[in-house]
Ligand binder design. Structure first.
Ligand code: SER
Length: 340
């Protein structure tokens, strides 16, 4: 029997990466090759066919990877998130755009070699949106994929451009001159809301106040939230995020009508988030100390997304709505994690 095909995960050591790796390992559908700046912790290594520690900007390393493996699927998760990106926009551009371009080129070369399209899955973000004011945000509580595409962060600009790059590699790459039809990427992207994992705390993002609040409370640590109580964002529990990635991966190409889809789960204000956390951890010490820069970014992101296209085209539906996300996933899992 032929061995399972190879899936490459970049940024495998990040929040989504670790959860995706565990899930792919449990499924056994792929031999997983990982690439991350930092070596994967020991407990994840047996889940991988091979692990590489290195930079996605290192083209020699990518060539090596491509020479050694017949990569059929790429989950390109490596990125520098929005707050970190504002602190170093040049670096964000390099990692988020140049790094993605290198990977797309590598994947395109792989598809030419394999004689069939390589599936390239990119997590994009609500950061691609930029609502001009809080009034507009209130007037458009659930944005669709085509609205307000004027991001105010480098990260948001990078993700939006990479969605375009993916669409270009999928539909138009070298349309002047000969190129085999099957030497194109099969590019698919999702615009994730803020993700919340019970296992890890994100770093460098602007939706991080949600996960930070619950992880601090579970450890009995005080938390000063960097946005005001009224700030509203859509969020999603990590198991749903992983499921969305795999569901989109498996969707038949002919069903897909957009290069990048909104996926939603639940929406709440920072105040409502704090109340949920306090309900589970009554002693939680949560205060609000807004940081003007970060609060402005959150204000520019939609309060929720309209994910009707994902639901219609590939059957998306979150398993974890607000109650279930807190009561059946986040609260019990973070409690076990910190309190045994
Ligand atoms: N969670 C990301 C961030 O806050 C948005 O995709 O930057």
């Amino acid at each position: 029997m032929a061995p399972p095909p190879v899936a490459l995960i970049t940024g495998a050591n990040g929040e989504i990466g670790r959860s995706l790796l565990e899930r792919l390992h449990a499924d056994g559908r792929y031999r997983v090759v990982t690439l991350d700046l930092t070596p994967l912790p020991e407990r994840f290594r047996p889940m991988c066919h091979e692990t590489y520690a290195g930079n996605i900007l290192d083209r020699y390393l990518l060539d090596q990877l491509a020479a050694h493996h017949e990569i059929e699927v790429v989950f390109h998760l490596a990125a520098l998130l929005s707050t970190r990106g504002e602190r170093d926009p040049d670096l964000a551009h390099q990692i988020n755009v140049e790094g993605t371009l290198h990977l797309m080129r590598m994947a395109q070369q792989q598809s030419a070699r394999l004689g069939r399209p390589v599936r390239f899955i990119l997590p994009s973000s609500i950061a691609v949106y930029g609502l001009p004011s809080l009034d507009e945000k209130a007037a458009h509580p659930r944005v669709t994929e085509g609205q307000f595409l004027e991001p105010i962060t480098m990260y948001g600009c990078n993700k939006l451009y990479c969605e375009h790059l993916g669409r270009y590699f999928m539909r138009h790459y070298r349309s002047v001159g000969p190129v085999a039809a099957n030497a194109r990427l099969d590019f698919r992207a999702l615009r994730f809301p803020g993700l919340i994992s019970a296992d890890t705390v994100p770093s460098g993002g602007t939706s991080d106040y949600g996960p930070e609040m619950i992880h601090h409370a579970a450890q009995g640590k005080p938390y000063a939230c960097f946005v005001g109580p009224e700030a509203r964002l859509p969020f999603m529990a990590m198991p749903d995020a992983v499921r969305a990635l795999l569901q989109l991966l498996d969707a038949p190409a002919e069903a897909l009508t957009l290069p990048s889809y909104n996926v939603g789960a639940f929406s709440l204000s920072a105040q409502e988030f704090a109340e949920r956390v306090k309900r589970a951890f009554p002693g939680a010490d949560i205060s609000f100390a807004p940081d003007a820069g970060r609060a402005r970014i959150v204000d520019s992101w939609p309060g929720d997304v309209d994910d009707a296209r994902a639901r219609a085209d590939w059957g998306w539906a979150p398993a974890y709505g607000l109650d279930r996300a807190f009561d059946e996933y986040l609260v019990p899992a973070v409690r076990t994690r910190y309190q045994g």
